[in-house]
Design a protein. Structure first.
Length: 154
């Protein structure tokens, strides 16, 4: 076929789905064919970089979250490359959004309302040599131990 040969145009939605949603498309079908060669992109990172999300089903006391985050940053902050989250803070009916890069955190932003009925806190971490278990286990430990310690002192 030469460049002067007329070709029938393929509707973009056939390749990418409606508005680029990627749902039920020819392109997705072709990409999933096992006989085609696949070149896996590891996001230009090495094996030391991890990304994960964890959620908390109950509202989080603000003091517990702040103390946990501060201690976490003091121990492994240089290896916490990025943190983003939407938090259900105890005593508030509005979500709080956080965003940090290593030791630098933007001021938390309180949104006017939850984007959906799902009011779980969700945190996304990108780390270097810090596993999901370290983050989740330390959060659980703070969530259980810190309120009891405050009760004992107060």
């Amino acid at each position: 076929m030469s460049m002067s040969t007329p070709v029938e145009l393929i509707p973009v939605t056939l390749l990418t789905g409606f508005l680029g949603s990627g749902k039920t498309t020819v392109l997705n079908h072709l990409v999933q064919q096992p006989e085609l060669p696949h070149h896996h992109d590891v996001n230009r990172h090495d094996d030391h970089i991890r990304a994960f999300c964890f959620s908390v089903d109950v509202p989080i006391p603000e003091e517990v979250f702040a103390a946990w985050l501060e201690v976490s940053m003091s121990f492994v902050g240089a290896d916490i490359l990025r943190v983003k989250g939407i938090l259900n803070i105890e005593g508030s009916d509005r979500p709080v959004v956080i965003h940090g890069v290593q030791h630098i955190f933007h001021p938390p932003v309180t949104l006017p309302a939850w984007p959906s009925d799902d009011k779980r806190s969700r945190l996304v971490f990108i780390t270097r040599d810090v596993g999901r278990d370290v983050i989740e286990d330390s959060f659980r430990a703070f969530s259980h131990a810190l309120p009891k310690a405050w009760e004992a002192v107060g």
